[in-house]
Design a protein around this ligand. Structure first.
Ligand code: GCU
Length: 421
């Protein structure tokens, strides 16, 4: 331990002397100090110097934190290739004439690999409209009852309705209507772009997706690859200026896809609001076991059950997650000043609802530094009562799921922060 501390000191001194920004020379996990409490998001990793201005946050601490998250947890992804879009089908009379539905295939220049199938539904009213961007678990054919939507041909989770031998069948159509509530979204004046996670990377430890088509210098995990997918869909949406208000892009995802939505918002600058729903460990929940609910998912457990979600190095924190030079409040803070709503369910202790609230409180100083109102109170709101400050929180009765009540809250939160603008 003592030796480790000395070695760590030497590395930090070397960095200080050479003036090198943190690089590939980051300490191995065992060289990092143990910290039971949440690290200060405003203290630089290198010399612990305190970040006191917006500029220091943007120019120094934010890039540093992104680098640390890539290195120790999510892995590094390649830059965006050119995105080509082919509109496959347009239905101007969707949802009884309330919306225009499009199916679009995205491909990537120079990459003969996975394609992203986007389902875009836009209100038939004068735009541009704010848009929810959300990755789905079951394919676009499941989110609406529309027999014309292309049945996704890729690998599917075997336990989902209408899936046989890991392939979607006709019976899978419309099985996620109550998860996505697209008609409510349209009625409230928002567009939605949704796409299937398995288009980018199947959720399997034994199989990679888009990663296979890029160089070995990238160690991007599945969650990192999915987040990359969100960004490519945003690239496409940015070409639709008449329909889509690109200043009001909202990313949303449930559970593992909520972890992904949060990573996308944290790493990009184009997202106006983020809703990681019941995302928990590895996303909106703490890695440090002392924070929040007992019995919540641990770093060791998630790395064992889902080794492909994070990079190899993250496994080195299984026994001592307290060595992580960040915790997930830093990922939330990277979204500042964009509003972030952490939404939860009382019975979903696995996702650590109490710990998630503690992370919002810990991210608050960064939001304040960025000129945001941050969090409204230091105590969790009552069950069923939305705390709609920019760092927002919602917990409802019930269990792990995404449902119509959740969407009403997502829409209220989005209205509050984006509608007036
Ligand atoms: C598992 C996993 C969670 C994840 C969830 C989901 O429960 O342990 O980390 O959020 O699956 O994606 O539904």
């Amino acid at each position: 331990m003592k030796r480790n501390t000395i070695r760590m000191g030497v590395i930090i001194m070397a960095l200080a002397v050479t003036g090198v920004a943190i690089s590939g020379d980051l300490p191995t996990p065992d060289q990092l100090p143990l910290k039971a409490e949440l690290p200060d998001p405003l203290a630089m990793f290198e010399k612990g110097a305190k970040v006191t201005t917006k500029e220091q946050w943007e120019k120094r601490r934010r890039p540093e934190l992104k680098h640390l998250f890539e290195h120790y947890m999510y892995g590094k992804a390649p830059k965006a290739p050119k995105v080509n879009a082919k509109v496959e089908r347009i239905d101007k009379n969707a949802l009884g004439g309330k919306a225009t539905l499009k199916e679009i295939t995205l491909t990537f220049a120079g990459i003969d690999g996975p394609k992203i199938h986007v389902l875009l539904v836009v209100p038939n009213k004068k735009g541009p409209h704010p848009v929810f961007v959300g990755m789905n678990f079951c394919g676009n054919h499941a989110v609406l009852n529309d027999p014309k939507i292309t049945l996704n041909p890729n690998w599917m989770y075997g336990n989902r309705k209408g899936v046989k031998d890991n392939k979607a069948t006709e019976q899978a159509r419309g099985t996620d209507v109550e998860v996505w509530n697209i008609e409510d979204i349209i009625d409230r004046g928002y567009a939605i772009a949704t796409f299937y996670s398995g288009d980018i990377d199947p959720d399997r430890a034994d199989e990679r997706g888009i990663q296979k088509y890029f160089g070995n210098e990238f160690d991007w995990s599945t969650i990192r690859a999915w987040a990359w997918g969100y960004s490519r869909v945003i690239d496409y949406l940015e070409t639709l200026e008449d329909e889509i208000d690109t200043k009001r892009i909202i990313v949303v995802g449930h559970s593992r896809l909520g972890k992904t939505a949060l990573l996308c918002c944290a790493f990009g600058e184009r997202v106006a609001l983020c809703i990681p729903h019941q995302a928990g460990c590895g996303g909106s929940g703490p890695s440090r076991p002392a924070v929040g609910n007992k019995g919540a998912e641990s770093v060791k457990r998630i790395n064992t059950s889902f080794p492909h979600w994070f990079n190899k190095r993250f496994k080195d924190f299984n026994e001592e997650p307290e060595r992580l030079p960040f915790d997930q409040h830093c990922l939330i803070a990277l979204c500042a000043p964009a509003p972030v709503l952490l939404s939860n369910a009382v019975d979903d202790k696995w996702a650590n609802p109490d710990g998630q609230f503690a992370l919002l409180v810990a991210a608050d100083p960064v939001y304040k530094l960025m000129g945001s109102k941050g969090i409204a109170a230091k105590n969790m709101p009552a069950v069923g009562k939305l705390m709609d400050s920019p760092l927002g929180y919602w917990i409802r009765a019930g269990k792990h799921s995404m449902n119509r009540d959740d969407w009403q809250v997502f829409l209220d939160f989005a209205d509050k922060h984006l509608k007036a603008k």
